[in-house]
Design a protein around this ligand. Structure first.
Ligand code: GRF
Length: 214
């Protein structure tokens, strides 16, 4: 079976990127990571990708006069790697409608909350302030509206009474590293697909028992 070609967009340390690279190194994984592209030249993710032998590129947003100009170069750079799927992994740029329209249906993002709750930034702080008992992360398709595209998969973690942003964030991040490779495998293999604006998934096993907390 031919494997889907995946490019990963990063801005920072790249722990989710590393989880995807590790998963794709396993035999039988339905995707290969062909490139990592960063908008920040000093992103820690770049060194991690290079050590794994993956092609990297930098499109530094500070060097472009407008969002349109940055997006056009990002588009050219990505297209050079001919990816079937583009995974956003801690990529901290909002993209223009033109870019989104060109890649729509091929872009996945991981968001550190159970969408549609807590879109945007500071999700762990807001989850703690709200007093939710379950928090988590979501892999979704990227559409023009931020954090609002069709949901592929989610993972839930408990919120403990003694949690602060750091402890809760670390618990969610552990879940992210499990969820993103799984969601990418479902999408890249074609088992997860878009039907009438929602994702349907073929051939799922029996679901686990309800996760109740506390
Ligand atoms: C993750 O929490 C991800 O959900 C969010 O940004 C963070 C990136 O972390 N979008 P890393 O660069 O993958 O370590």
């Amino acid at each position: 079976m031919s494997r889907a070609r995946v490019a990963i967009l990063v801005s920072g340390r790249g722990s989710n990127m590393a989880a995807l690279i590790d998963a794709a190194a396993e035999p039988g994984y339905p995707a290969e990571i062909v490139a990592v592209v960063s908008n920040r030249p000093n992103a820690g993710a770049l060194a991690v990708a290079e050590r794994a032998g993956i092609a990297t590129a930098v499109v530094d947003h500070r060097l472009f006069p407008s969002r349109e100009a940055f997006d056009a170069e990002l588009d050219r750079t990505l297209a050079g790697f001919s990816p079937d799927v583009v995974c956003f992994a801690g990529f901290m740029r909002l993209l223009t409608g033109v870019f989104i329209a060109r890649w729509e249906g091929r872009m996945l993002n991981i968001h550190p909350a159970l969408l549609p709750s807590f879109k945007g930034l500071d999700t762990h702080r807001r989850a703690l302030e709200t007093g939710v008992r379950l928090h988590g992360c979501t892999v979704h398709l990227v559409t023009e509206e931020m954090d609002a595209g069709p949901i592929v998969a989610q993972a839930a973690v408990p919120v403990l009474d003694g949690d602060d942003e750091e402890s809760l964030g670390a618990r969610v991040l552990t879940a992210e590293h499990l969820l993103y490779p799984r969601a990418l495998a479902l999408w890249a293999s074609g088992r997860a697909r878009l039907v009438d604006g929602k994702v349907v998934i073929d051939g799922l096993d029996e679901p686990p028992a309800p996760f109740i907390w506390p």
